[in-house]
Design a protein around this ligand. Structure first.
Ligand SMILES: [Zn+2]
Length: 291
């Protein structure tokens, strides 16, 4: 982020904070406080790619999140969505892909602080020890988690989830057998290797164009508790608990603070409904009024 952009975002964040606190207070009073689910990728001591966050920044973000949110598991997120009511600011932490470096400081910190976390891994990379295709494309291959690391995380209480077999763009995949391989075979292979069921699934890339109704139906039939997107929506009480919308945990903490305190620009994002043209956000649902 350029210094100029950072300055503008700081001004925007602090300038709109009172209005956002008022909105959140209205949500809380009406029992319609949305739940924020964050996704991280890689926490390490370097900046090997754009989606790496330094160990220090991660620790700072977790401290800030702990002060302002109840940090909960995905099953608790789903319970709130199903209940139709929520008065408390809640957030949930997830990771995508399965980078080995996360086990140096980030995951031990969450375990030590007893903060729930769901860790989505791409089956082929962790089973075969291969770097992720997006890093190879950049000429910066990075090691994935070993199975020993994943088993140790699961033993320490981290929920393991599936993130396809090959980090495929499921929005483009219409061949049923190939889709089954990414959605179902990936979970079976990971469950066998780690010794835990894969209850949750995260779509690679996670934009609306990277998902499909077919993949949703297959995931539901395969027995997943929920699927996760990554296009930046919030989860309101009463929303469909099978689809958990996630927000990027940005390396710039000001942006993380901005997204997690309900940026009105993100409220306009409609929930994916399996069709190319998604549902627009309803005014009543997003205003904090009970319906
Ligand atoms: Zn991914």
């Amino acid at each position: 982020m350029s210094p100029w952009k950072r300055l503008l975002l700081n001004a925007y964040y602090h300038g709109t904070l009172p209005a956002r606190w008022a909105r959140r207070r209205a949500y809380a009073l009406a029992g319609r406080m949305p739940v924020v689910v964050l996704f991280y990728h890689r926490v390490a001591g370097d900046r090997a790619n754009e989606w790496t966050i330094s160990d220090r920044t991660f620790a700072r973000q977790i401290r800030w999140l702990k002060r302002h949110f109840n940090l909960i598991s995905l099953s608790e997120v789903q319970r709130i969505m199903r209940s139709g009511h929520n008065h408390r600011p809640c957030a949930s932490i997830t990771f995508d892909d399965g980078y080995a470096d996360n086990c140096h400081e980030a995951i031990p910190l969450l375990v030590k602080e007893r903060i729930p976390c769901t860790y989505f891994v791409t089956a082929r990379n962790v089973l075969e020890g291969l770097p992720f295709p997006h890093d190879v494309a950049l000429g910066r291959p990075l090691p994935p988690n070993s199975l020993e690391q994943l088993r140790a995380m699961a033993d320490a209480g981290i929920e393991m989830g599936a993130h396809t077999f090959t980090h495929a763009d499921l929005g483009k995949l219409t061949d049923l057998e190939k889709l089954r391989y990414e959605v179902v075979t990936a979970a079976d292979a990971l469950a066998d290797a780690i010794g835990r069921p894969m209850r949750y699934f995260a779509f690679p890339f996670g934009m609306q164009r990277n998902m499909s109704l077919l993949a949703f139906q297959m995931a539901r039939k395969a027995g997943y508790e929920a699927v996760c997107s990554a296009y930046g929506g919030y989860n309101f009480p009463g929303d469909d608990a099978f689809h958990i919308q996630r927000v990027a945990a940005d390396p710039w903490t000001i942006r993380l603070k901005n997204w997690t305190t309900i940026d009105p620009r993100k409220l306009g994002i409609g929930r994916y409904d399996g069709l190319a043209n998604h549902k627009p956000a309803t005014a009543a649902a997003r205003s904090g009024k009970t319906q």
